[in-house]
Design a protein around this ligand. Structure first.
Ligand code: 5GP
Length: 203
């Protein structure tokens, strides 16, 4: 008697949520993790100081600049960027391995340049979803209302966000965040399609 074994190996997939700062991507990522146990957030390293309520090892690994440099030397990062002058962010190879070994899908919340690097590296196993603010005024208002930054840091973030708006043409999918619930539903639909069909082939 012969047996056929159907071992279901989930594909090694990556979902990248990117946006200009202030487009509301972090709230979308948080809610995705709550609703979909098959996705797991990849915890990045950063050299910035923790904001109130942020937990080391959950939101980020908060490390010093020398530690960050050492981790670059060791080749620990999939990609890393100086997102703001003097502030480094990097996604860890160990996170991808940890998440895939649990048979889960990697979920990233990273800046536009990081998103581009991940896409280059993983091709159609990765999808880049760009969360776009409805317009520039909304973006500036959201950044200003967040109130977690000093005036100088806020100015840097607004300038950066303006630059980042131009990256949306490189994304696989763009979801406009005018209404959170609608944007969230659209992101979920994009993810469902990606997991069924792979990333769109326009690259
Ligand atoms: P925040 O300081 O507001 O948490 O993050 C600032 C920016 O850095 C956001 O756009 C966030 O998505 C991005 N970011 C967070 N982790 C990484 C990372 O590992 N790599 C890159 N390139 N950007 C990151």
């Amino acid at each position: 008697m012969s047996h056929e074994f159907h071992v279901v190996v989930p594909p090694k997939k990556i979902i990248v949520i990117t946006a200009p700062s202030g487009a509301g991507k972090t709230s979308i990522v948080k809610k995705l993790v709550e609703q979909r146990p098959d996705l797991e957030f990849s915890v990045s390293c950063t050299t910035r100081t923790p904001r109130e309520g942020e937990v080391n090892g959950k939101d980020y690994y908060f490390i010093t600049v020398p530690e960050f440099q050492q981790r670059i030397q060791q080749g620990d990062f999939v990609e890393h960027e100086e997102v703001y002058p003097g502030q480094f962010y990097g996604s860890l190879k160990s996170e991808v391995e940890r998440i895939w070994s649990k048979r889960k899908i990697v979920l990233y919340d990273i800046d536009v340049k990081g998103a581009e690097s991940i896409k280059k590296k993983y091709g159609r196993d990765a999808i880049v979803i760009y969360i776009a603010p409805p317009d520039k005024e909304t973006l500036v208002r959201r950044l200003t209302n967040r109130n977690t930054e000093s005036k100088d840091s806020l100015k840097k973030r607004i300038k950066k966000a303006e630059e980042e708006l131009s990256y949306q043409s490189k994304a696989d999918k763009i979801v406009v965040n005018a209404d959170f619930d609608i944007a969230f539903m659209n992101v979920k639909n994009v993810i469902t399609n990606f997991l069924k069909l792979g990333a769109p082939a326009h690259h």
